[in-house]
Design a protein around this ligand. Structure first.
Ligand SMILES: Cc1cc2nc3c(=O)[nH]c(=O)nc-3n(C[C@H](O)[C@H](O)[C@H](O)COP(=O)(O)OP(=O)(O)OC[C@H]3O[C@@H](n4cnc5c(N)ncnc54)[C@H](O)[C@@H]3O)c2cc1C
Length: 390
């Protein structure tokens, strides 16, 4: 069961008035709109399209997109506070939103030309269309250089795209895909190109990938491109710029996965505090057993540290300072901390926490993928150590 008054770090002196309002709006929305359905969408692997539209009514689907193209001109701290509140209640909905805004739409916002931005972004910002980001393939995930999806230029105006992408979040429902492909595999990263692909392109097919352990309310799909004709005007920047686009967007979107982890950890901690005050053993609430109280103290301390690291990475991003290492640190630390916190929250719930519809049972499963997607923990350590040793 969720509680309205939960544990919240005092971030007031760090957030602007606007951010406090955003945070409260997202919290109210999550508790009233998402909480009643979060178990059901998890059980049924149902993509919450109606919730996506409700998110757009609040301006969240275009939060960090330029207002010139229908967005809200928000920064990454704005987005971070929203993602935290949504993930504290429904991990799946936060995954859908992060993928739509911070991965896919943001790629067009940041790297698109004026024509591309005005063509694609208004509908994406307003939630009339949904976006997805297709980088991973059956033979490569961490090693983004190994792309097999390829393009061939058939004339000045068109490419032919062939290949398979897997694990594409929002895949079943997306209207627009950012697709990374190679025009020259031998050239390695210099051969990678990024394209904007319309879902109605002839030869594009979508194969749903069901059976996820967690984040089951977000859709995941394999995307197959069979001789798809893609206009060259849909290319982002130049041929060969795709690898740098992917790295830059993953760097910044990672901050939102860290925020998602903070949210999952907060939701779990709140559930544990609430349960520990109600559950009695040996004639007193379990919160009055010191080992439980100390466990809660450890959870809160780690949660605060991960939120502060996430906030630092978001601020560096917003101040246009270097943030790659700090974003990787925030993602690495917050994802591993959220793993420890959901585990402890489940332990505090005893057998009840092992069963549905306990929120910690769902969060325990949802949390796991945060250590895998948008760069595994090992890849974050690679980014951080390279920066230390350079
Ligand atoms: C639910 C879900 C949603 C996803 N959504 C998307 C999406 O929207 N778009 C998208 O493009 N992808 C998506 N992914 C894919 C995700 O980003 C990849 O699964 C992830 O990058 C890892 O790649 P892989 O699965 O191929 O594992 P691999 O790269 O094969 O790695 C296997 C193991 O080896 C480790 N490893 C690999 N290289 C190294 C190294 N150099 N040093 C040390 N250890 C290493 C990894 O950390 C991992 O533990 C999603 C995945 C999941 C599960």
């Amino acid at each position: 069961m969720l509680i309205r008054k939960g544990y919240n770090i005092s971030m007031d002196s760090f957030y602007t008035e606007q951010q406090k309002i955003l945070s409260q709006t997202a919290r109210d929305f999550s508790l009233t709109e998402l909480a009643p359905k979060s178990s059901e969408i998890d059980d049924n692997e149902h993509f919450p399209i109606e919730q996506f539209q409700a998110l757009s009514n609040l301006g969240f689907t275009g939060l960090t997109i330029d207002s010139k193209f229908g967005g809200e001109d928000g920064n990454y701290v704005d987005m971070m506070v929203v993602i935290e509140e949504i993930a504290a209640v429904c991990g799946s909905t936060s995954t859908v939103l992060i993928t739509h805004v911070s991965l896919a739409s943001q790629t067009i916002n940041r790297f698109g030309n004026e024509h591309q931005k005005s063509h694609w972004l208004p509908d994406l910002s307003k939630g009339k269309k949904i976006a997805a980001f297709s980088l991973s393939e059956p033979q490569n995930g961490s090693d983004a250089l190994g792309l097999n999806t390829n393009i061939e230029k058939i004339d000045e105006k068109n490419y032919i795209l062939n290949g398979n992408k897997i694990f594409t979040t929002n895949g079943e429902v997306a209207d627009v895909f950012i697709v990374f492909c190679t025009s020259n595999k031998q050239a390695g990263y210099k051969g990678v190109t990024a394209l904007i692909v319309d879902k109605n392109t002839e030869g594009l097919s979508i194969i749903p990938q069901h059976g996820k352990m967690g984040m089951r309310g977000s859709s995941t799909a394999e995307i197959v491109f069979n001789n798809c004709k893609i206009p060259t005007e849909n290319r982002l920047l130049n041929e060969g710029d795709g690898y740098s686009i992917a790295l830059k967007i993953l760097d910044s979107s990672r901050i939102m996965i860290a925020a998602q982890c903070v949210g999952i950890a907060k939701g779990s901690l709140n559930a544990a505090i609430n349960y520990s005050k109600q559950r009695q053993t040996f004639n007193k609430p379990i919160s009055q057993h010191q080992s439980i109280a100390f466990t809660l103290a450890d959870m809160a301390t780690e949660l605060d540290a991960s939120r502060l690291m996430t906030w630092r990475a978001a601020r560096l991003h917003d101040e246009k300072l270097s943030y790659s290492k700090e974003a990787a640190m925030a993602k690495l630390y917050s994802s591993e901390v959220s793993g420890r916190i959901v585990n402890k929250a489940l332990q505090i719930h005893g057998g009840t926490g092992y069963f549905k519809p306990s929120i910690v049972e769902r969060m325990y499963r949802d949390q796991r993928v945060t250590e895998i997607y948008e760069g595994t923990s090992e890849i974050q350590r690679l980014v951080i150590s390279r920066s230390l040793l350079n």
